[in-house]
Write a protein that binds this ligand. Structure first.
Ligand SMILES: Nc1ncnc2c1ncn2[C@@H]1O[C@H](COP(=O)(O)OP(=O)(O)OP(=O)(O)O)[C@@H](O)[C@H]1O
Length: 271
């Protein structure tokens, strides 16, 4: 299965396109209901987490998805990350519709083309820094790592500032260092897109900004980044902000820093 965009994939063609995507959860017999839940005669509750979302993401973009709790941000990121399937609608990665793939195919797409960074780092406690970084590779092929792959994991560890921590385990690292391991892990397959869900949610302000600067450098180097965040100052690192409410996109445009940059560019030159 090859979802690589063709050689002539152009920057003005979406890398990812979701069209009229809906995600509905049907819950049995619980007390819930939520804001949009509707209890029917069978005592089930239907939650419309996404109610028809269409968005395109282009190569090299840096996008923040924002919105109140329950607005559908994580549901959207999980669909974009092939961690879940939409109830209806299409998801194109490159030119291929991946919305109807089975679990094995989705996991192949995830491990080959997508990198993930989570709020709680999701590192394996028994593994060293290098083993955690190599983890996505072990889901592919026969589990044997080539010397090139081993070298690449060392390079990535060094790139995120952990060149002297190869054999440390997650409990021997600070939160910021653990998130840097997660960033290196997300890059090991040279993914098309990095998806980050509240990547700085467990970090103090200074460490958060160090992590955001690292993501900014990756984007400067051409990596496409889509992140979910509650925090304005974190979202302002992105170039584009999508705001969600009640399972819908209500706003989609350049971030304040991009607007400032555009204004500066359009100012008349001083005499
Ligand atoms: N697995 C699930 N089963 C049932 N309902 C779910 C499930 N996941 C999410 N929901 C519901 O879907 C809606 C959207 O949830 P989602 O987690 O996408 O919101 P969010 O914007 O990411 O919120 P938060 O900022 O609190 O993480 C919510 O009403 C939530 O209760």
């Amino acid at each position: 299965m090859d979802f690589r965009p063709s050689q002539d994939h152009q920057a003005d063609k979406p890398l990812v396109s979701i069209k009229d995507v809906r995600k509905t959860y049907v819950m049995g017999h619980g007390p819930g209901g939520g804001l949009f839940g509707r209890r029917n005669q069978n005592n089930t509750v239907t939650v419309h987490a996404l109610r028809g979302v269409s968005v395109d993401f282009y190569p090299g973009e840096y996008v923040a998805i924002m919105g109140a709790s329950g607005s559908g941000k994580s549901t959207m990121l999980n669909l974009l990350g092939c961690l879940d399937r939409p109830t209806s609608g299409q998801y194109y990665l490159g030119d291929r519709d991946v919305s109807r793939l089975d679990d094995d195919e989705l996991s192949e797409v995830r491990s080959r083309y997508l990198g993930f960074i989570f709020q709680s780092y999701n590192l394996i406690a028994q593994y060293t820094v290098l083993e955690n970084i190599q983890l996505p590779l072990t889901y592919q092929g026969n589990g044997e790592l080539t010397p090139e792959a081993q070298e690449r994991s060392r390079e990535l560890a060094a790139m995120v500032g952990l060149g002297d921590r190869y054999d440390h385990r997650p409990t021997q690292l600070s939160g910021g260092q653990q998130q840097r391991v997660a960033i290196a892990r997300s890059l090991i397959n040279d993914p098309y897109i990095i998806l980050a869900d509240e990547a700085t949610g467990n970090l103090d302000t200074k460490t958060s900004h160090e992590i955001m600067e690292m993501l900014g450098r990756l984007n400067d180097a051409g990596k496409t980044i889509i992140m979910v965040t509650h925090e304005d100052d974190i979202a302002h690192h992105a170039k584009r902000i999508i705001r969600m409410r009640d399972g819908l996109v209500i706003e989609d445009g350049p971030s304040p820093r991009m607007l400032e940059a555009q204004e500066t560019l359009s100012l008349p030159a001083e005499a």
